[in-house]
Ligand binder design. Structure first.
Ligand code: F0G
Length: 536
């Protein structure tokens, strides 16, 4: 017979699931609030929000954040609630122009977080570059890289191979128009929109090759973020000389915040090895990706997260990252090249050009456009982000939010990703009279703002294009509403209130009006800038 205390301990232990389960919320948060911010506006102010939404041209980016009484799920980027350790470190920020204390600490932390292979070996050759956010790293990198490619490779490489499957060929050719030759293709599981924009801006061709599972909407795939290995193999076998770099976005944001398996990473490495091509990560949500590998990939269940991260990063030659996600900070980005990686071997002087770019666009390379205090906060963020307790809670919260939506019959991408829940609009509107031209995704997010919550359309409008007066949906077709969950910011109750508002839209989806575009339909990156109105 157990003594009563031991008995109760075992009963309490049984309350806790071995793995986080979506519908069991008694697993307490591994933190408590150390400061809170009142939203400053009332959830009851529906009429005020309606007027503001209309004033903002139904564009969620233009809606004043202070008027969001509920959850602001526009993005998980830069919206992290920082820990006391981070705030304390910020107070100790060293605001010197050159070689501030935070710089040395970040340099020390990079190989601790990403693995010893990322330590700078050569005293002179910088291997890590700070930028003020992810896209400035992308912009500078791709611009420089494009220049480098045009110099180093012959300009007369032959036309696209007839061995390419017709679908791939058409997709590449549609992008070639207007490009200065020679042209180069940068494939990925899916590039994020700024990455894609920056690649195009550098007159290179971004090519998304999401795995076939990505498009199968009604089944659970643990690694829906994978790249399509056979499409990649065909591409490399047929036009490999046009592919100077392969990218994997971890997690795959465009495809639903979905993870990429270690197996997929390893196989891509094998293919790129075979063709002598460098492999890079867009590593924004690397820790969340590692958590999914630990939870769902055979052989990794007992491996600590930091070790999984090391293994993931062992396979790549470089990465760019927005620290506004898994750096757990409000601003910051970076780019790294592995000292003995294939990229550094192929382009041994590239690092010097990166430094020049930093100086021209960001400031001295030892602060890269950030304040010294931002670097201090980043070091603390990188220390925390790979901890098991943080990730368990973080991702199980997103799961609970998804499960709540599903309990209301809202079609979401399954399984839920690491940072967001994606509502599948095609399934949501199935059975109603809805045309792509109605842009009901925009109406959906505008109505959610009236309800008090901010979500974003990542679908026909964000990724589609206007051509000859007609909307051309993205290919492959994606049509989602994204509800991103900021890190350490909201409690389940807040997210459940979002689910309840979505439920109302679901119950009355026939009454969701179409919208018309009043400005910006043909602009580049149009969803940030356009204005709409309800067709009432
Ligand atoms: N890559 C990915 C996968 C991203 O999700 C983002 C940003 C970037 C690059 C660019 O980084 O914002 O620091 O310049 N994603 C945010 C989002 C904006 O809402 O998903 P950044």
């Amino acid at each position: 017979m157990l003594d009563p205390i031991t008995f109760f301990v075992s009963q309490f232990r049984d309350l806790l699931p071995e793995k986080p389960e979506p519908l069991r919320s008694f697993l307490p948060r591994p933190y408590r609030n150390a400061a809170v911010r009142f939203s400053g506006s009332s959830i009851h102010a529906f009429e005020e929000r309606r007027a503001l939404v209309e004033e903002a041209g139904l564009n969620v980016f233009s809606f004043p954040a202070r008027k969001i009484a509920g959850c602001d799920l526009l993005t998980d980027s830069g919206t992290t609630t920082m820990t006391l350790e981070q705030w304390a470190a910020m107070v100790m920020g060293d605001e010197s122009y050159g070689s501030n204390e935070g710089y040395f600490e970040v340099k020390e932390q990079i190989p601790i977080t990403f693995g010893p292979e990322w330590e700078q070996r050569d005293e002179l050759r910088e291997n890590f570059f700070i930028f003020h956010q992810g896209r400035s790293a992308e912009h500078n990198f791709f611009n420089l890289f494009a220049g480098e490619l045009r110099k180093s490779l012959p300009s007369d490489i032959k036309g696209l191979s007839n061995e390419l499957p017709p679908d791939l060929k058409t997709r590449i050719e549609s992008r070639i128009k207007g490009m200065r030759r020679p042209y180069f293709i940068i494939p990925s599981n899916s590039h994020f929109d700024t990455t894609e924009g920056n690649i195009e801006d550098s007159r290179l061709i971004p090519l998304n090759l999401p795995s076939p599972e990505h498009l199968e909407k009604n089944r659970d795939f643990p690694f829906r973020g994978n790249i399509d290995l056979s499409a990649l193999e065909t591409l490399l076998d047929t036009v490999g000389e046009r592919v100077p770099l392969v990218y994997l976005t971890i997690t795959n944001n465009t495809g639903g915040g979905q993870p990429v398996s270690m197996e997929n990473i390893r196989r891509v490495r094998e293919l790129t090895d075979k063709h002598d091509i460098p492999l890079f990560f867009d590593a924004c949500r690397f820790a969340e990706n590692a958590w999914f590998i630990q939870q769902n990939e055979p052989g990794y269940e007992d491996m600590p997260i930091p070790k999984i991260v090391y293994e993931m990063f062992h396979h790549v030659d470089g990465f760019h990252i927005s620290f506004k996600k898994d750096g757990l900070v409000n601003i910051g980005g970076g780019m790294a090249f592995k000292d003995d990686g294939r990229f550094t071997q192929k382009y041994p002087d590239f690092w010097m050009k990166m430094i020049d770019r930093q100086i021209l666009t960001e400031g001295h390379p030892t602060y890269g456009g950030l304040a010294g205090r931002d670097l201090k906060a980043l070091v603390e963020g990188l220390r925390l982000v790979t901890s098991q307790e943080y990730l368990d809670y973080r991702i199980s919260q997103v799961k609970r939010f998804g499960a709540k939506l599903e309990s209301y019959d809202i079609p979401i991408v399954r399984p839920t990703g690491g940072h967001a829940v994606y509502i599948d609009l095609d399934r949501f509107f199935a059975g109603t009279e809805t045309d792509d031209e109605d842009l009901k995704g925009i109406a959906f997010t505008a109505l959610m703002l009236v309800a008090g919550h901010r979500l974003v359309e990542l679908g026909l409008y964000a990724f589609g294009k206007l051509k000859d007066g007609k909307e051309i949906p993205p290919n492959p077709r994606v049509n989602f509403i994204r509800a991103s969950v900021p890190r350490l910011a909201y409690e389940d109750q807040d997210l459940f209130s979002v689910a309840e508002a979505v439920r109302v839209l679901n119950d009355y989806k026939d009454r969701i009006p179409a919208v018309e575009v009043v400005y910006g339909r043909d602009l580049f990156l149009r969803h940030f800038k356009s204005r709409f109105r309800f067709k009432l």
